[in-house]
Design a protein around this ligand. Structure first.
Ligand code: HEC
Ligand code: HEC
Ligand code: HEC
Ligand code: HEC
Ligand code: HEC
Length: 236
């Protein structure tokens, strides 16, 4: 009898079903994994509460320095997000008259006054985030070494809404760590993003990485130590 169809054939449907299931799970799982925003990180731009916060207007047109709000960026690992009081300093009711703004402005900034009145924080949504298995990213070390916000966050002073410009991947960190010179600027220019963009563009156009220039040598010598490439520097 079962010459044509040997007995083991009977298990095939089961195998196929199991295989199919596994296949489907890994397709779904894979998609789930890679489709989460952090894997489509470049360009990631979450919707912010209220009318949001416009960097192009405040840091660009009005010329406010990054450190007016991100006050701890030179002293601590974390670049803090300002509290409501910082915004309220300019957007309080009493100041509206002085700003001589229109009705639309009052409406757009109302969420600031509401949050302040209720003594509640504005729930800003995080844009940049490295995974938990990466040690606390040290802003202070980078900023004090003369690496501009521009190198990692792009031209923030031109963004009405902040989005992610760089991948923040491990190879991205290491590319700069192996060869930081092209990214170094004088420390006092770190938050002057327009100046930095022009400077880095000019260096690139000249095809000149300025390695032999006295200025580049001075910048490289001024950093505290060469950036690390050993696993323990960035991982637990
Ligand atoms: C008046 C206050 C203020 C100033 C000045 C300011 N920021 Fe911000 N920044 C904020 C607020 C509020 C947020 C959170 C909302 C958002 O992400 O848009 C933020 C978010 C950011 C983020 C995204 C944070 C995240 O979630 O990953 C970056 C990067 C950033 N700012 C960089 C800068 C740089 C660079 C400058 C200077 C050129 C600057 N900021 C000036 C208030 C400010
Ligand atoms: C140093 C003063 C100052 C600070 C601090 C400040 N703003 Fe403003 N903001 C302004 C001025 C000036 C305008 C522009 C007024 C106009 O022309 O409409 C403005 C405009 C705005 C608008 C409406 C602009 C638009 O069309 O998008 C919003 C919303 C806003 N600010 C939110 C915030 C938030 C949130 C913070 C705190 C993170 C903040 N501002 C901190 C001065 C400030
Ligand atoms: C060498 C790259 C690099 C430089 C330079 C840099 N950042 Fe960042 N920034 C990052 C990374 C990476 C993160 C995410 C950190 C994390 O997940 O812990 C981040 C996160 C942030 C956040 C979000 C913090 C939070 O807790 O929500 C703000 C705000 C910020 N940066 C502002 C700045 C400002 C302002 C400057 C310049 C004065 C700057 N950064 C310079 C890489 C950089
Ligand atoms: C554009 C250049 C650049 C990028 C991008 C960059 N770094 Fe760095 N990093 C540096 C420089 C320069 C130093 C050395 C600073 C010093 O010691 O003075 C450094 C130092 C460090 C240190 C050593 C801190 C210490 O206490 O000595 C750590 C940790 C670090 N970086 C983590 C990261 C991580 C994680 C990323 C990616 C998410 C990253 N860096 C991306 C330039 C960069
Ligand atoms: C300059 C900082 C830095 C150094 C040094 C570093 N890593 Fe990473 N690593 C990162 C960052 C940031 C990520 C997260 C990348 C992402 O979100 O995709 C990461 C991710 C990883 C991952 C997760 C897989 C992946 O690629 O996403 C592994 C595994 C890993 N690192 C192993 C290592 C090993 C092993 C070493 C030493 C040879 C090392 N790392 C050195 C910053 C670093």
């Amino acid at each position: 009898m079962s010459v044509i169809f040997p007995k083991w054939i009977n298990v095939l449907p089961t195998l196929a079903a199991v295989g199919g299931l596994l296949g489907a799970t890994s397709v779904v799982g894979g998609f789930w994994y890679y489709a989460t925003p952090k894997y489509f990180k470049v360009g990631y731009m979450p919707k912010q509460p209220g009318a949001g916060f416009n960097h192009q207007l405040h840091a660009g047109q009005l010329g406010m320095d990054c450190r007016y709000c991100h006050t701890k960026v030179e002293q601590s690992a974390e670049a803090n997000i300002p509290n409501v009081a910082t915004c309220y300093g300019c957007h309080a009711d009493q100041r509206l008259a002085k700003l001589a703004v229109d009705e639309q402005h009052k409406v757009k900034t109302q969420f600031v006054r509401d949050a302040y009145a209720k003594n509640e924080p504005i729930e800003w949504r995080r844009v940049h985030k490295v995974p938990d298995y990466v040690r606390n990213f040290p802003h202070n070390v980078h900023v004090n070494a003369g690496v501009s916000c521009y190198s990692c966050h792009g031209q923030i002073t031109g963004m009405p809404v902040v989005y992610q410009v760089q991948s923040l991947s491990m190879s991205w960190c290491l590319d700069c760590h192996r060869d930081p010179t092209p990214h170094l600027v004088p420390k006092n220019m770190v938050t002057k993003l327009q100046w930095v963009e022009n400077e880095l563009r000019q260096r690139a156009e000249k095809g000149d990485r300025n390695e032999t220039s006295p200025e580049a040598k001075r910048l490289l010598e001024s950093i505290h130590s060469m950036p690390p490439a050993n696993c323990g520097a960035c991982h637990y």
